[in-house]
Write a protein that binds this ligand. Structure first.
Ligand code: CUA
Length: 408
């Protein structure tokens, strides 16, 4: 054998080893559950478990087919390679037709695909099965946040006095099915909580069903997965599953408004500022909701999150900022920055979903957001998309935050 072909062979073996190692590392990394919130391989509810039960066997079958086919290709390439003893002029023996083999490699893939099809169709049917006692929630995507409306009395209307309108976070009782209907108020978005189910597009004028259920209380995060404009990447979602009793308390509180003025003078001044500058887009029940309903001038109400119970949420600004300081003085293992504004370039790095702890309001982020929202979350506020920079003074920001803190 010539030195050249030995060198080539060693080179080929090295390249092959590198490719196999990289491929194995990629597969291994994909299956690592290192607490990443959008991990698709860690089901936390019946629907996501259903998907997992389909994906893993199909992946295993695909893996066996891949290894088998690639192994055969490599083996045959090696076995029938040209060697130095071969006569370069000689033509290989020509054969045609091997009925048994041909029937075999037609039937085997057909059987494999039929098996996969049966599992897939069964999973789709199960995922779409309606649960009679499900809580009805309409999820509407907007540039760049999510609105949630609960039809609590099940009359098919989401805007009745017994219903709830909220934003940014969906609160659900653990262990109970939620029948979500996705839709959109502007462009196409996609609603995706990987721990609880697959993706569902949110399309204007169309209502699409999606079943969610969390096995355990906890915070389940998601991300808009349909490109929807400048801040698509900043359009997060968060499902907070709580114990049933806690959910009932939450519902009772959400139904209340904030008609009474705050007692604190600074907060009261903030309320005046809210009514003058913010109330054109944001609604606070008991403050401007009735006015919004009967307004004869065209208002842009409803294009911004309902703020009635802002402080009961763990996040704001489309779930990219913590409303509560993630640093817990009682838990020294938490080393996140005191303010996540610094991490706004990669909000997910600091976003915990947060435990609601009124002693740890994240004023730094709240103030920065009011000071210049566009610096944190790019938008086209001039076009009515996203939060505008209102040019607030530091005193106004201070007063507004004092008022927002009363919206519990
Ligand atoms: Cu909404 Cu992407």
């Amino acid at each position: 054998m010539s030195r050249r072909s030995t060198g080539l062979r060693i080179f080929g073996v090295i390249v092959f080893a590198i490719v196999v190692t990289l491929f194995a590392a990629l597969i291994y990394a994909a299956f690592q559950n290192d607490g990443k919130p959008l991990d698709t391989f860690v089901p936390k509810g019946p629907s996501s478990q259903e998907i997992q039960n389909l994906v893993l066997p199909v992946f295993a079958v695909a893996g066996v087919v891949f290894v088998g086919v690639m192994g055969a290709v490599l083996f045959i390439t090696w076995k029938f390679r040209t060697t130095s003893e071969d006569d370069p002029e000689e033509f290989p023996e020509q054969i045609h037709g091997r009925t048994g083999l041909e029937i075999g490699w037609t039937i085997l893939p057909a059987l494999i695909l039929a098996g996969v099809a049966v599992g897939t169709v069964a999973t789709i049917i199960n995922l779409n099965k309606k649960e009679p006692d499900a809580i009805q929630v309409q999820v509407a995507g907007q540039q760049w946040w999510w609105q949630y409306k609960y039809d609590l009395n099940g009359d098919g209307n989401f805007d009745g006095p017994e219903d709830i309108t909220t934003a940014t976070e969906m609160v659900v009782p653990a262990g109970r099915p939620i029948q979500v209907t996705t839709t959109s108020n502007d462009v196409i978005h996609s609603f995706w909580i990987p721990g609880l189910n697959g993706k569902k597009d949110a399309v204007p004028g169309i209502r699409s069903p999606l079943k969610l259920e969390a096995d355990e209380p906890g915070v389940y995060r998601g991300q808009c997965t349909e490109y929807c404009g400048l801040s698509h990447a900043n359009m997060r979602m968060l499902v907070r599953a709580v114990e049933p009793g806690e959910y009932d308390t939450w519902v009772t509180n959400q139904l209340k408004g904030h008609a009474a003025d705050p007692t604190d003078a600074k907060a009261l001044a903030g309320k005046t500022t809210f009514k003058a500058l913010c109330a054109q887009c944001h609604v606070i029940k008991g403050v401007n909701d009735e006015k919004m309903k009967t307004a004869t001038v065209p208002l842009t109400a409803g294009v911004a999150p309902d703020l009635t119970h802002l402080m009961t949420r763990g996040t704001f600004a489309g779930s990219i900022l913590n409303l509560y300081d993630p640093v817990d003085p009682n838990d020294p293992s938490v080393t996140l920055p005191a303010s996540d504004v610094a991490a706004a370039g990669d909000p997910g790095a600091a976003l915990t979903g947060g435990t609601v702890d009124t002693s740890r309001v994240n004023r730094v982020s709240l103030e920065a957001w009011l000071r210049n929202p566009n610096a944190i979350k790019p938008n086209y506020a001039q076009g009515g998309r996203g939060m505008p920079n209102l040019g607030l003074t530091e005193a106004q920001i201070d007063e507004l935050v004092a008022y927002l803190e009363t919206l519990n």
